[in-house]
Design a binder for this molecule. Structure first.
Ligand SMILES: C[S@@+](CC[C@H](N)C(=O)[O-])C[C@H]1O[C@@H](n2cnc3c(N)ncnc32)[C@H](O)[C@@H]1O
Length: 237
């Protein structure tokens, strides 16, 4: 059976047993093949924007004898889905902007649907958009894979009154952090990146003072988070 990378394993860990599952942007379909192979689900919808990745998905499913457990769909986001036919959707390995546009076009995902999102870029913007658009970030995990960090968001359609600050937009709401032993190392990574950005801004001939203020506030927040852990909270549950 397939061994998932830690990133995809973190996504798989959020999939409830026997849900009606869809993998949007499936590419090789490693995730749904693993879920079926481990008896988490009996069948899955696997969709992709492009035919090439969908062919890869079919090939992987065939390799494990699972082709008849799959409904393969060529689909831009959730366009080829009927609202509510699915109750758990994974969207992994895509930019935050693409995830936002997929969800914006399918508001039915705000009702009775578990979303497992693994954005590659624009994560602070996606967090804020989600909570301002009727979604709730239930939990966040961070995963270290070789020299890269990944974020996995478990999202539902419910009210989320998180008040974002420059720091929490970067780290997520500390009250929703999963117990990740790598969290301090991740905060340290973010802090060092912030310090580098601040140094760069200060050296500019005309520093962007608004951005400098936000980055400096974020740095102060992250320093406190590292010192005090979850107890120092600058936002509400
Ligand atoms: C980097 S791969 C990620 C594959 C897998 N989900 C993973 O996390 O390993 C991104 C996949 O998303 C697909 N994709 C990009 N935009 C999409 C969209 N709007 N709707 C469906 N699939 C999309 C791409 O064709 C590609 O196969």
């Amino acid at each position: 059976m397939i061994t998932l990378t830690p990133r995809l394993q973190a996504v798989a860990d959020y999939v409830p047993s026997q849900c009606r599952f869809a993998d949007v942007g499936t590419d090789h379909a490693y995730l749904p093949v693993w879920l079926i192979g481990h008896g988490v689900i009996d069948s899955a919808v696997a969709s992709d924007l492009r035919q090439g990745p969908l062919d890869h998905a079919r090939a992987t499913a065939g390799l494990y004898g699972f082709e008849d457990r799959f409904d393969f769909r060529l689909s831009d986001g959730l366009a080829a889905y009927v609202p509510h036919e699915i109750d758990c959707i994974a969207i992994a390995g895509m930019g935050g902007e693409a995830i936002r546009s997929i969800l914006s076009a399918a508001p039915w995902t705000m009702e009775h649907t578990r979303l497992i999102l693994q954005p590659q870029t624009n994560i602070p913007e996606l967090r804020q958009w989600l909570t301002e658009s009727g979604y709730r970030i239930e939990e966040e995990r961070i995963i270290r894979e070789e020299n890269r960090w990944y974020t996995v968001l478990l999202v539902s359609g419910a009210a989320d009154d998180t008040r974002w600050t420059p720091g929490t937009r970067l780290t997520g709401n500390p009250l929703r952090w999963a117990e990740d032993s790598d969290r301090p190392a991740y905060l340290q990574f973010l802090l060092e990146r912030l310090e580098k950005q601040i140094r760069g801004l200060k050296q500019a001939s005309e520093p962007n003072t608004q951005r400098l203020t936000a980055l400096t506030q974020a740095k102060e927040e992250l320093t406190l988070m590292l010192k005090n852990g979850k107890e120092d909270l600058s936002c509400q549950r």
